[in-house]
Design a protein around this ligand. Structure first.
Ligand code: NAP
Length: 274
């Protein structure tokens, strides 16, 4: 993995548990790369014939100019979180897209209106996932309205029948009409934002599904509010595991040992089952 910073990532623990489980002679390491060294770090990974690598904040967009080609997932989302190195060629993927879809595909939704909180990279992956899942009416709530409007325009371009950018205050009033709500902001994340929530139980409808991409803590305040409202809460750990599993399959060609990955990640987060 390359990023800046990387020291809180649990991806090394998750992937090394999977390698161990399948007795593969592989290792996953995280490297903190300075912005001016991004190109040389990527080319170094090509030179040493690594199987591939993950890319995290803040390089998910910048890394694209050092790659040979993009898979449809990366093209659609507009960012790369996984790179496969095959025959010296660097191919960029976005496995967050698969992670979000896989975390939600077992759920039943009562309508086709969804709300995304946030308009950054994870929100873009959430948007493409929602459209793939059949949602057509999308609300994008973001602190900076202009970024929300840009994402709403992208939603219309990708086939949404209605897409509107709203403020985080308006989100509190509109949540009642949504059957799926995804938090793609760091609100609720440990340590600084842990007591915060974008929505309370009074604002979340009882029949909604709420996915929080934040996975530290496992059960964020938003997910606790969702459960209090009677809604279904889905943790960001589900997304983390499924995006990691897709990357593992790309790199090794083997079926990912999801349970081993899940338990290792859960232990690293210090939690019981989410
Ligand atoms: P990003 O590109 O930096 O976008 C951050 C978004 O959050 C922006 O919309 C930003 O609004 C908003 N935001 C940031 N701080 C905020 C605050 N204090 N109050 C309100 N809004 C705030 O980051 P990202 O890559 O999309 O990641 C977003 C979250 O998703 C992170 O917590 C990340 O850990 C999580 N994530 C989880 C997974 C997973 O596997 N579970 C995968 C990817 C991401 P502005 O536009 O106004 O700046």
């Amino acid at each position: 993995m390359i990023g800046h910073p990387v020291k809180h990532s649990i991806s090394p623990i998750m992937h090394n548990a999977a390698f161990k489980k399948l007795k593969l002679n592989c290792i996953y390491l995280a490297f903190d790369v300075e912005p001016e060294d991004l190109g040389s770090a990527v080319n170094g990974l090509r030179s040493i014939k690594a199987l591939g690598f993950n890319v995290t904040i803040p390089y998910k967009i910048d890394v694209m100019r050092f790659l040979d080609r993009l898979d449809d997932s990366a093209e659609l989302v507009g960012s790369v979180n996984t790179v496969l190195i095959r025959n010296g060629e660097l191919i960029g993927y976005n496995t967050d897209l698969h992670g979000i879809k896989a975390s939600l595909e077992r759920e039943d939704f009562i309508g086709d209106r969804a709300m995304i909180l946030g308009a950054g990279g994870a929100a873009r992956a959430a948007l493409v996932s929602l459209l793939d899942l059949g949602f057509r009416d999308i609300l994008i709530a973001n602190r900076t309205l202009k970024r929300g409007e840009e994402l709403a325009a992208k939603a219309l371009g990708l086939g949404a029948s209605r897409a509107k950018a709203i403020s985080l205050d308006e989100a509190r009033r509109c949540a009642g009409s949504c059957s799926l709500i995804i938090n793609a902001t760091p609100i609720g994340m440990a340590p600084d934002l842990i007591d915060e929530t974008p929505l309370t139980s009074e604002e979340i409808p009882r029949d909604a599904v709420v996915l929080d991409l934040v996975y530290n803590p496992l059960k964020t305040r938003l997910l606790r509010e969702a459960e209090k409202a009677g809604a279904k809460a889905v943790t960001g750990l589900e997304v983390l595991i499924h995006q990691g599993a897709r990357a593992f399959k790309l790199w090794t060609g083997r079926s990912p040992p999801i349970d081993a990955m899940y338990h290792a990640a859960l232990k690293a987060l210090g939690g019981g089952r989410a």
